[in-house]
Design a protein around this ligand. Structure first.
Ligand SMILES: *Cc1c(COP(=O)(O)O)cnc(C)c1O
Length: 466
């Protein structure tokens, strides 16, 4: 499988190259040259497979020419071995025709583990083959950083340096990062905001000598391999509910549009998906787009679902590219205009074709709390604020005879304050994290200055080399 950029100016590359590169050189996102297809019989043959085996089968065509099925299977088995539920991605029924699929049974209790656990192993595999090392830098407001750290800890070809805004992540989120004491992991608390951290990461990548010296790499949500690793769980639940002989719909709480894009990819591969419901919080750009073709950015406002406090959903560019029939020049024009003005003039026919499949629902904090209470009262189900938004979107757009599966993206114990406020219950942390509040933390606090942060990254890499 070969990959091309949504902006059309970057060289076509292999799966392994795209894995290590992340973003394309022309600022675009990599897309597979064609969509692998599975026939109805091939889908049926995957029913009942253990999750790691199903995942390897679904991902294999994307990695073709770079990584063999046997290797992929081994990496998938290892990636999901530490999940704390035997089904890996269990399906729970909450109402007639409405299900929840739990994606939070990995080591950091959020759905980022689904892709990141595999990504860490893929990086390690490819770097070993090439006898190379890289330094992964990233900025996090919470979930991504801890998922990357957990996935890469102890791998000596990878140094991971994660920037977080000092005092602005939740305590659970900070401790999940800072209590990992492996030599290849460094945490930097920046005196600033999440946006400052992101700007520092961008500036490090733009500093060409530094980028080369440190062999910088990224595992952010625009990495194609992350999307590929998120496709299998849609297949898993669709098959369990009767696909390919019956259609299913999915509801996905959405920030960067990566998770729901994976569902869309599954549909491109032939999985019969009727509808994709996108849930947002008050940062509702996607819902405004779907309801009124209003793709305009506003200030990011904090909410009960911080992992969705996003105004520019980077992976939307991939859908746009497809809806433009892969016209890279048109895609580039729209994206450049969007960056310059904060508003995208999406052609009406593109908007209409998006609406044929996607529906959007935005919930403010009050409505999110009401949904958490309703699920607790009527279904004895504990949903965190992100997951509750997904369920509400799924209920709103569900159709008779077509099961709807809402993605539960975080464990409720990750958001104790929101849960206590909504239902007066603080869910217990799973056993593996029960002593999180007693563990030793290690991180370095630095001012919001590029030179100081670059030095801290150098020190992190040196520490690992020793
Ligand atoms: C990252 C995240 C999301 C948003 O997923 P995207 O792929 O960015 O749309 C939703 N919920 C939780 C808990 C997350 O960590």
């Amino acid at each position: 499988m070969r990959y091309l950029s949504t902006r059309g100016h970057a060289p076509v590359r292999s799966f392994s190259d795209v894995l290590l590169a992340g973003l394309a050189d022309d600022g675009g996102l990599y897309m597979p040259e064609s969509w692998p297809q599975f026939s109805a019989d091939e889908w049926r043959a995957m029913r009942g497979l253990p999750y790691p085996e199903l995942a390897a089968r679904v991902i294999a065509p994307f990695a073709e020419g770079s990584i063999s099925y046997e290797t992929l299977l081994e990496l998938c088995r290892d990636a999901y071995a530490r999940f704390d539920h035997a089904a890996i991605v269990p399906l729970v029924q909450v109402e007639d025709g409405l299900f929840v699929q739990e994606l939070f049974h990995g080591p950091t209790l959020a759905f980022k583990d689904m892709a990141m656990q595999l990504l860490g192993r893929l990086f390690d595999h490819v770097l070993t083959e090439r006898d190379e090392r890289v330094t992964i830098v990233g900025a996090t407001s919470g979930d991504t950083g801890s998922a990357a750290i957990e996935a890469c800890r102890g791998r000596d070809r990878l140094t991971v340096v994660i920037l977080h805004p000092e005092g602005r992540t939740s305590e659970v989120q900070r401790r999940q990062m800072t209590t990992v004491l492996d030599a290849n992991i460094a945490n930097i608390a920046v005196e600033g905001t999440f946006d400052d951290c992101q700007d520092l990461v961008k500036a490090m990548f733009a500093d060409a000598p530094f980028r080369t010296e440190m062999r910088l790499s990224a595992v952010n949500s625009i990495n194609w391999a992350r999307i590929a690793a998120q496709i299998p769980y849609y297949v898993y639940s669709a098959l369990a509910l009767g696909a390919p002989d019956r259609e299913v719909s999915f509801a996905v709480p959405t920030g960067n549009f990566g998770n729901v894009l994976a569902a869309w990819a599954a549909r491109q591969m032939g999985l019969p998906i009727r509808r994709l419901c996108v849930g947002s919080n008050r940062n509702d750009i996607l819902t405004r787009f779907l309801n009124a073709n209003d793709m305009s950015t506003r200030e990011v406002a904090p909410s009960l679902s911080p992992s969705m406090d996003i105004q520019v959903s980077s992976n939307f560019e991939r859908l746009l590219f497809e809806l433009l029939n892969r016209d890279a020049a048109a895609c580039e024009r729209l994206m450049t205009g969007f960056r310059a003005t904060g508003k995208m003039d999406v052609p009406d026919e593109v908007w209409s074709s998006a609406r044929e499949l996607f529906s959007g629902l935005a919930l403010d904090d009050q409505a999110t709390e009401t949904e958490i209470q309703r699920l607790h009262r009527e279904s004895l189900y504990l949903a965190d604020p992100h997951s509750a938004i997904g369920v509400a979107a799924g209920r709103k757009y569900r159709e008779a005879g077509c099961p709807t599966v809402a993605m539960a993206t975080a464990h409720p114990a990750k958001f104790p304050d929101a849960m206590r406020a909504a239902i007066g219950v603080i869910p217990a942390l799973p056993p593996a994290l029960a002593d999180l509040y007693e563990r030793e933390e290690r991180y370095r606090v630095v001012p919001n200055r590029l030179d100081v942060v670059e030095d801290a990254v150098r020190i992190g890499a040196l520490h690992n080399a020793r």
